[in-house]
Ligand binder design. Sequence first.
Ligand SMILES: NC(=O)c1ccc[n+]([C@@H]2O[C@H](COP(=O)([O-])OP(=O)(O)OC[C@H]3O[C@@H](n4cnc5c(N)ncnc54)[C@H](O)[C@@H]3O)[C@@H](O)[C@H]2O)c1
Ligand SMILES: O=C(O)C[C@H](O)C(=O)O
Ligand SMILES: [Mg+2]
Length: 547
Amino acid sequence: MKERQLLGIHGLLPARVKTMKEQLFLCKLTVDNYTTATGKYLYLNDLMQRNEKLFYKLLTENIEQLLPIVYTPTVGLVCQRFGFLFRRPEGIFLNIYDKGNVQQILKNWPEKGVKVIVVTDGERILGLGDLGAHGMGIPVGKLSLYTALSGINPKACLPITLDCGTNNETLLNDPQYVGLREKRIGGERYEAFVDEFMEACVEEYGPNILIQFEDFGSHHAFKFLEKYRHKYCVFNDDLQGTAAVVLAGLMSSSRITGKKLSESKILFLGAGGAANGIASLLVMGMIRQGVSKEEAIGKIFLIDADGLVVNTRTKGDLIGPKKYYAKDLNEMDDLNAIVNNVKPNILIGVSTKGGAFTPKVLKSMAAISKRPVIFALSNPTNNAECTPQEAYQHTEGRCVYASGSPFKEVEYQGKTYKTGQGNNCYIFPGVGLGVMLSQMLHIPEEVFLIAADTIAENIKQEHLDKGSVYPPITDIYNMSGLIAEAIMKYAFEKNLAGINRPESIPDFIEKHQYSTSYEDALRPTWEIPPLDTKYDMEKWDPPKSFC
Ligand SMILES: NC(=O)c1ccc[n+]([C@@H]2O[C@H](COP(=O)([O-])OP(=O)(O)OC[C@H]3O[C@@H](n4cnc5c(N)ncnc54)[C@H](O)[C@@H]3O)[C@@H](O)[C@H]2O)c1
Ligand SMILES: O=C(O)C[C@H](O)C(=O)O
Ligand SMILES: [Mg+2]
């Protein structure tokens, strides 16, 4: 009542003051009443705009049910229909004609304490291809997970879409397309635009603004990561976040298969951003287990749309990092034939090709290995290379399975399996929290090994027994805190942190996490103390609207 009077809203609301618990009950009922995933998405999206704390409380308390709505797979559908569904600004669109004015446009974002940006240019949205400006759903979804899965204040998060056109003919001819209606502008002009964007972010938000690249075409993903990683606080989620979650899953798979990663042969269907990102971290993981870099590379085989990646290709290219994994083998393009030739015990799908792991392929994997590892990581759900049901059925229940999008529990021969979601959402929220709080200026690759180790160390036998090589989704928030703690320790040890080491790192993390409680409305959770400044609630000046 006091707050209503202070805010001058007394009389605008009915007399009854509901508790958050009562409000949550109503929200849950409403979400459940929507029969379509997009209906649920739109309701949640409205709630996020209307009552941020209630939205995040609802999301965190029902994360298993609602993650597939605000994230993969529904977010993919939302991007595909973005022109119909766009209601209000949720991030910044920078189009290539804004070149020269990028910083000025960033100033239009109403929140000033931005600490984390997720940026896409929409060229490779999940496995759905080039969705141009309609890719905005992805940075919005990723950043809502930064809050729900690691407690970064939503006010510190800024989704950005760089609109440089699209090569998607359907969208170009779609009256509802809301982006620039022209073919992608690439080359030097595009790169100069991205350069200006990076500089403008630092000018506007400071040198340790964390910038996550998301769903760029793989050529640009590799290029920008190499170009910016030593200059800015930047990482690429599709390359590095994905790599960490897969390494974690493979480390836990070893507990089931009894085979170390360095003793494995790994075949990737797909040789783009995700495959190369994963392969590179797996090499680091294998080197730790005592094999040489050359040996580790020798255990990794890639297949792209033109077949097995071999040195003497007549079909297909050897452009980008995939050339490091090219083998002196004959050209082959049939997956089953390749499986029988290479004889991998681990098969990883990052191809965007739904159903590519056919019964024949799965049976071959089961014939080669007692406990084959099958990761069908392409998103959204329809793009998964196989479902858990198919994987168990065609490997006589012997496989270790994970998918990028969530699947319901499955039954096979009387046993119920709850397979894990090998998705980078286990990694980026914790990495973001740790990097942001330690105020690092750059993100070394070891950070992703640390994140992978933290997840792997926290997988319990009971989860493995149920068929999951990952902790339950409901544990991600805790995992993110642990990842952040491990990253902060590393940052202090390596002198990479921009703040002095706090007395207790877990307390420091907790103190800076977003609170969904109404009582904590005045808590300035997104403030990060400048160098060597003790945090002092007493001296904090609350926003004027509350005084
Ligand atoms: N689970 C996760 O966390 C996660 C993370 C990143 C990417 N992904 C998914 O992985 C998929 C690929 O992502 P990316 O960034 O590597 O994309 P990409 O476009 O960079 O690479 C796709 C690769 O698949 C190959 N390919 C296409 N069709 C093929 C076919 N029929 N047979 C064999 N290979 C084929 C392409 O040649 C290319 O090498 C997407 O669906 C994406 O959603 C999942
Ligand atoms: O967005 C996801 O669900 C994972 C990943 O970043 C992807 O691009 O598929
Ligand atoms: Mg992605």
